[in-house]
Design a protein around this ligand. Structure first.
Ligand SMILES: [Fe+2]
Ligand SMILES: [Fe+2]
Length: 283
């Protein structure tokens, strides 16, 4: 079974990359399940109902969120009627939406998708370690569900690695999101969980984490906002990670990054076969 997780989609550049490239990747890579972090999809800040639908129409089976979940206020309302939109599970009790849910993949597999938020250099939410224990309680991978995919939306690499090791052997894939920069440490952990500390963003990398460069630089220099942050419009890189899962155990047998287009060096997972023609032009 083949699963793809794409990192934070930032603004129109990121959305266009997803819409242009994901359908061919799903078809030619014969993907069974695709998840995307959509917390920055609306101009860099949050997600609207229409944009969420666009990501689903492009091939996502589930869309996860993070600290920007509610930047577009409509998300607080439409998340209740959009079961494929998953917000961090460790928000306070009473927060709209769901922090985890089980979806049916293209091959019929039952896939649990869960979103957690870190607490280091971020809002003080509920303990993500206790949250994932509660979610996985009574759910055995390979018996009750066929795959368990966890998006750990966190600033600190240590917290993401700690959570990944904590669920090693209990989950199929743990991806880190939020920093918008891909790390080079994708690997299968000793217990069989695929992991990558951060899977990067789908957006324009000639930027400061997806935003036009001028305003972030100005704020570093003077600490005085001159204008709003705006999502960079340049050529976007699609960035994420793919895993191959053992269909009996739900554990990872291979994990490789996927990066296409824009300014980053391309990467195409070998177990997905040939890269679809037309996607490797680097534009
Ligand atoms: Fe983000
Ligand atoms: Fe974030």
């Amino acid at each position: 079974m083949r699963v793809l997780f794409l990192g934070d989609v930032v603004g129109r550049a990121g959305r266009t990359a997803v819409e242009d490239m994901l359908p061919a990747i799903v078809a030619e890579g014969r993907l069974d399940f695709v998840a995307i972090n959509g917390e920055n999809a609306a101009g860099g800040f949050g997600i609207t109902e229409a944009i969420c639908q666009d990501l689903l129409d492009a091939g996502a089976d589930a869309v996860t969120l993070g600290n920007h979940s509610w930047d577009q206020r409509e998300a607080l309302v439409f998340i209740e009627r959009q079961p494929r939109l998953i917000r961090p599970a460790n928000y306070p009790a009473g927060t709209p939406g769901r922090g985890a849910d089980i979806f049916t993949a293209a091959n019929g597999a039952r896939v649990l998708v869960c979103n957690l938020m870190g607490r280091i250099f971020m809002d003080p939410l509920d303990d993500p370690f206790a949250s994932i224990d509660r979610i996985l309680d009574g759910l055995t991978l390979g018996r009750d569900v066929d795959a368990i995919i966890i998006d750990v939306h966190a600033e600190a690499t240590s917290e993401k690695q700690g959570l990944a090791h904590y669920v090693d052997g209990r989950a199929s894939l743990v991806v880190g999101t939020h920093t918008h920069v891909p790390t080079a440490d994708h690997r299968v952990l000793p217990g069989g969980t695929g992991f990558m500390t951060d899977i990067g963003m789908c957006g324009a990398y000639d930027s400061v984490i997806g935003m036009d460069k001028e305003e972030p630089i100005s704020r570093f220099l003077r600490k005085i906002p001159q204008t709003r942050f705006s999502a960079a419009a340049g050529p976007a890189t699609l960035s994420g990670v793919a895993v191959e899962l053992d269909e009996a155990t739900g554990l990872a047998t291979a994990i490789e990054p996927l990066r296409i287009g824009g300014d980053l060096a391309p990467a195409w997972p070998s177990f997905l076969g040939e890269m679809p023609s037309g996607l490797d032009a680097g534009d």
